[in-house]
Ligand binder design. Structure first.
Ligand code: SF4
Length: 376
């Protein structure tokens, strides 16, 4: 109690962001104490009451309970398309912050986008800090006059999407990265790809771009750790970011399962390192992985290298196949969305603050997202 009183004494302004967050957490605490079935009942009754006015979007990596309560479950590309076309007044996004931001950029003006935990960010998106991105772009502009097209993975901040939109660039997801690379090469000589080094390298390899044509800009090093000659020679410059969840899968894991389960299939996400993707039977977006497992013949054994909540659901949805995880790898920030904060959000739709972005960020990011949605 003394901690609460101390907090209240320091922050007396109800508009103070710390106070708002404190109030939200204090009220959320009541929901966390409720029995799970009661929380589910509240969510279901709110869905029934609001009908088509409410749409709940859930990413594939959400806990199975959250995924089952969502109106649509998909990968970031599928959900961004849903957000762009969704009717209704409220879009509640069960995913990480960059996804809720994308929904807020693509939705209609009257719609309100809410994120059940505004603190649930993506560690990879946060690896591309805008000061570092601007400094890197300036250095590249000084080093080479070649036309560079910035391409950012969907898993990036709205500011980085806007940066790309304002410089003739585009957003891509893991399902359309190769198309976005084609699009970019039809407009420029080099691609600067953010923030996932591995998706960038795996996509470049798919297009036959390897060796010295691909370099990595490491923002922690002077001049990104690159020489002017390396940059001039390269066709693809990758930002040194990574997804901690997909970095957990290693080549030795694939060798291990192939040894003990001869004939098994291995499918991984392209955010994994290149040697892991190369050793797998297939790689692709979460939507691709869902389809790959669904289309395997009954009785097949498959090891999946992606976030564990999706693998749990795949195993439940494919009972005639043996679906195993290659490693247990949980996305902790996706896991921050739970039944309690979803129920709390639904009960306070009118009073909670929506996901909001400055008009210039919104316009720039929308340009880059629209270019992606028009890729065929
Ligand atoms: S799985 Fe990786 S890329 Fe996706 S939200 Fe989690 S940390 Fe970010």
């Amino acid at each position: 109690m003394s901690i609460l009183l101390g907090f209240a004494a320091r922050h007396q302004n109800a508009k103070d962001p710390d106070v708002k967050n404190f109030n939200r957490l204090a009220r959320l605490d009541e929901y966390l104490k409720l029995p799970e079935n009661e929380v589910v009942e509240r969510i279901l009754s709110k869905k029934a009451e609001l009908g088509k006015r409410l749409i709940i979007l859930g990413h594939h990596y959400q806990r199975p309970r959250i995924a089952r309560l969502s109106d649509f479950v998909g990968d970031s590309f599928g959900l961004s398309e849903k957000a762009a076309k969704a009717g209704g007044d409220f879009i509640v996004f069960c995913g990480v912050r960059f996804m809720a931001e994308s929904a807020a950029i693509l939705c209609q003006p009257h719609q309100k986008v809410l994120h059940p935990d505004p603190d649930a960010g993506c560690p990879m998106a946060d690896m591309a800090n805008m000061d570092q991105v601007n400094a890197a772009w300036k250095a590249l502009e000084n080093w080479t006059g070649s036309k560079k097209i910035p391409v950012t993975y969907m898993n990036s901040t709205a500011e980085l999407k806007a940066f790309c939109g304002q410089r003739d660039g585009i957003v891509c997801t893991s399902s359309n990265a190769a198309k976005a690379f084609d699009w970019a090469f039809s407009r420029g000589e080099k691609i600067f790809f953010f923030p996932d080094e591995h998706l960038g390298r795996n996509t470049a390899k798919k297009m036959g771009i390897t060796g010295a044509d691909v370099v990595v800009w490491d923002p922690a090093k002077t001049n990104g750790g690159l020489s002017q000659d390396e940059v001039k020679r390269a066709r693809v410059i990758l930002w040194a970011g990574f997804c901690p969840v997909h970095m957990e899968f290693k080549l030795k894991d694939i060798q291990h399962v192939r040894h003990f389960y001869p004939g098994c299939k291995v499918v991984v996400h392209p955010e994994c390192e290149k040697e892991v993707v190369d050793a797998a039977d297939a790689s692709g977006s979460t939507e691709f992985i869902v389809k790959y497992v669904a289309e395997l013949p009954d009785g097949e054994t498959v090891f999946v290298g992606t976030e564990v909540n999706l693998i749990t659901r795949l195993a439940q949805d494919n009972p005639r196949k043996k679906v195993f995880k290659l490693q247990r790898s949980l996305c902790l920030t996706m896991y921050q969305i739970n039944l309690a904060n979803l129920a709390y959000t639904l009960d306070h739709l009118d009073e909670l603050e929506p996901v909001e972005l400055s008009p210039s960020v919104k316009a720039g990011a929308k340009t880059a997202l629209d270019r992606m949605l028009q890729l065929v």
